[in-house]
Design a protein around this ligand. Sequence first.
Ligand code: SF4
Ligand code: SF4
Ligand code: SF4
Length: 416
Amino acid sequence: MTEKPFDFMEGLTKKELIELDSCTRCNECLAWCPIQDVTDDRDASPPARIHAYKDFVERTHTLKGKLFSSGKVTAEELKSFKDSLWKCALCGTCGEVCTVGIDTKKLWWSVRRKLKESEVGCPEPLEKGPLQNYHKFRSPFPFPLGGKYKIWLPDDIELADKAEIGYYEGCGCTWDSPQMAEGAVRLLSSVGPFTMLDPDQSWCCGFPQLTGSGEWSIMAELVNHMVKAIADKGIKQFVISCPMCLDIVKYLWPYFYGEELPFEPLAIVELLAEWAEEGKLKFTKQIEETVTYHDPCAMARPFMGKPIIDAPRELLGTIPGIKLVDMDRHGKLSRCCGGAGGMRAVNSDVSANIAKELFLEAKRTGADTMLTNCPPCYLNLATRTHAAPNSVVEEWRNYDDPLKINDITQYLAALL
Ligand code: SF4
Ligand code: SF4
Ligand code: SF4
């Protein structure tokens, strides 16, 4: 029996196929792409990637392709395309500036998912680990959930058994950036009672499925479990630190749940900005500082939801001693930190160099501190943690400068 050839079109939407045919090679996106900033690797540019995949589709699906080419894509071509596809932080900036409106962020994600089904799969560090871990631990990280709050939940913070406000830190905060979760719960508890899911019930949100390193098949089980656990706690507002989690919970969970969620998912900075405006969130300590805010890609250019750009600025604006200055590139066009899209695991040297570019942009504002609010940003900018360290990463780790970097909730919790 002959094996069915890999189908490059199957599973892509009509819109995505039209987008593959739409790139004019105007090269506008190259000026904004963080990878191009630090590598000049044109094979890893959006137009190169779009035209390469379009060529695969044409070669294997059109009469012209079959008549005038081999009608096949070689393993070598596929491997080189995979390298290009994963040299991308999924920051979405190319889509934001694309002159013909290609939604590149969704396109890269769809093509990553497609490629995972092919003979080349996804990069080795992400190939099996996240899914195997999910089946064992219900999170992409290789640790049991049961003791996870012990890592970061301070002893003096009390969780209500049930409450209308529920906090979700997401696996990224627990295992990678616990400082963010600690800051968040300190701020929440200063205003009133809140609850969290029991740790072994607090599964992953499902974000790894989007990045192409997991499986869609687990989503229905995951979402139904989480929605029930949240409802059982009486939660009406589900407050989330990680912007990727928020995007998934708010915009993807209803699809798998089959109806509207019985609670409102929202970003921690949105709730805190509202509370600060209403006078519920009070700070007792004084500060005199110039601060710049890095809009994480997942907030400025989310996969599915609306950008969250004003809330962190409104929140900081309620504190008299803080002077907020924006970087040249901020809001929807903020620079990427290089920490997401699997970059720290797959291309850690490129990731570290991108982080440094953002750091230098923040320095040009003259700020004392750069704040952000996303686990990969925190890792790449503040703790500078990479799965595969190398000399470039080491240089970034040792880069010393008076500009401080912090998570916005950790920073504000110190002012309570
Ligand atoms: S998503 Fe970001 S990193 Fe990836 S190609 Fe576009 S601009 Fe470059
Ligand atoms: S901006 Fe859009 S059309 Fe122009 S090269 Fe980039 S992806 Fe292609
Ligand atoms: S972004 Fe959501 S998914 Fe990532 S690891 Fe986080 S909790 Fe799990």
